[in-house]
Design a protein around this ligand. Structure first.
Ligand SMILES: [Ca+2]
Length: 411
């Protein structure tokens, strides 16, 4: 054979090998298939529910339109991408009772549309890269069991300020290996009465330098944050209510950027962290209202770290137990029926805060007692019963007015 023939033959063979190789490594072309059902109870594993067959492991499943799609027991789909429930027009509902795997990339629920997601016992949802819930749209979620897990991050109410996410979690678990963002651009409401939310990384209760509101209410169940729990980024409002159950983190930042407003209300249960404070990275506003339960920080808790920040702690009940306490200007602790405990003998430090008006009792009407019990410095308040306090609880409010009005009407 002459040399040019050999050369062309080699090129053809190489080309053929390349073609074989190319065909072998490139997966089937991904297709988008849309849920086309209207009304209730369409089965995900029924091809008639889709306009382009049941989505496969490389495909984009788009759960859109007006209707309810169900992943029922025995139907265990794996898809490449998941969009919905809720995409463009209509209100789509997705109910999940068995395994769902998003193998290729992310899941965008409430994606430029409105959807309802029901996660029920038996659901095992695994999303390969990350989860957006309420992404330029609205997602309503009800979780009564099962699990949601992603190794990536998880963002609620994100994309723009019209995005919204609300969730009622009664049982089950939501976990990620990286950050969880409860509101980044739009409003986010999470109500827990059971189950677990956990990450070894951080949680932002509103993150994104926008003006939205994020409310996390825990009345049962546990929230476990391995790193920092940050409340209220610049301009946003964050509210954490704990009625029962527990919330724990490594660091706890209550209002942490310019213009942020954070409120923690504890009436029961336990909030615990290893360190933390208020107004950490900007001029912001913080309130901690306790009427019961425990607020435990094993290390230092610092009030109003950034100059110009304000922080008010109202201890109307429960116990605030701190490893150590720093109260900067702008910080105020008002002790009512609650108890403030600080590790070690820091009686003189606490008295200096009392003398400078940073710790008061009953809004200034109380007398404060500070003692070292051998382990903790314990500050409590007694009440002088100011004029007008007819029931002797040191508060002048509608209860006193009721007594006054009753006496007046009966005499
Ligand atoms: Ca009273």
């Amino acid at each position: 054979m002459n040399s040019w023939f050999v050369m062309i033959s080699k090129k053809l063979i190489n080309g053929f090998l390349l073609l074989v190789l190319f065909t072998a490594v490139v997966p089937c072309l991904a297709v988008r298939t849309n849920f086309i059902g209207t009304g209730d109870a369409h089965d995900w594993c029924d091809a008639a529910s889709w306009d382009n067959d049941i989505p496969g492991a490389d495909d984009e499943a788009s759960v859109q339109g007006d209707g309810t799609l169900i992943i029922d027991t025995g139907c265990r789909p794996t898809v490449g991408l998941l969009r919905g429930p809720g995409r463009a027009a209509g209100h789509t509902t997705l109910t999940i009772r068995d395994e769902l795997t998003v193998a290729g990339s992310d899941w965008r629920a409430g994606y430029f549309g409105e959807g309802t997601l029901n996660v029920e016992p038996g659901a095992v949802i695994t999303v390969n890269s990350r989860i957006y819930a309420g992404f330029f749209g609205t997602l309503h979620m009800n979780m009564t069991g099962g699990s949601i897990y992603t190794p990536g991050y998880l963002q609620f109410a994100t994309g723009d300020s019209d995005a919204a996410f609300d969730c009622n979690m009664m049982d089950g678990s939501i976990s990620s290996d990286t950050h969880m963002y409860l509101g980044t651009k739009g409003d986010c409401t999470v109500n827990m009465t059971g189950g677990q939310i956990s990450t070894p990384s951080g949680m932002h209760v509103f993150m994104g330098f926008e003006t939205g509101t994020s409310i996390l209410t825990v009345d049962g169940g546990t929230v476990s944050v391995g790193n920092t729990l940050r409340m209220a980024d610049g301009g946003s409002t964050a509210i954490l209510n704990i009625l029962s159950g527990s919330v724990s983190s490594s660091s706890l930042y209550v209002a942490h950027h310019d213009g942020g407003s954070a409120t923690v209300n504890v009436s029961g249960g336990v909030l615990s962290a290893s360190s933390g404070g208020t107004g950490l990275f900007g001029v912001s506003t913080a309130a901690i209202n306790m009427t019961g339960g425990e607020f435990n920080v094993s290390g230092t808790f610092e009030l109003s770290k950034t100059a110009g920040s304000t922080a008010q702690v109202n201890l109307d009940g429960g116990v605030m137990m701190l490893g150590s306490l720093t109260v900067n200007d702008g910080g105020l602790i008002d002790i009512g029926q609650g108890v403030l405990k600080i590790g070690g003998n820091v009686v003189s430090t606490v008295n200096s805060y009392i003398n400078s008006g940073k710790i008061i009792g009953y809004g200034g009407y109380g007398s404060l007692s500070v003692v070292f019990d051998g382990q903790y410095t314990v500050a409590t308040a007694g009440c002088y019963s100011p004029p007008g306090d007819l029931n002797g609880d040191c508060l002048i409010n509608y209860v006193d007015f009721t007594i006054f009005a009753w006496d007046w009407l009966n005499n």
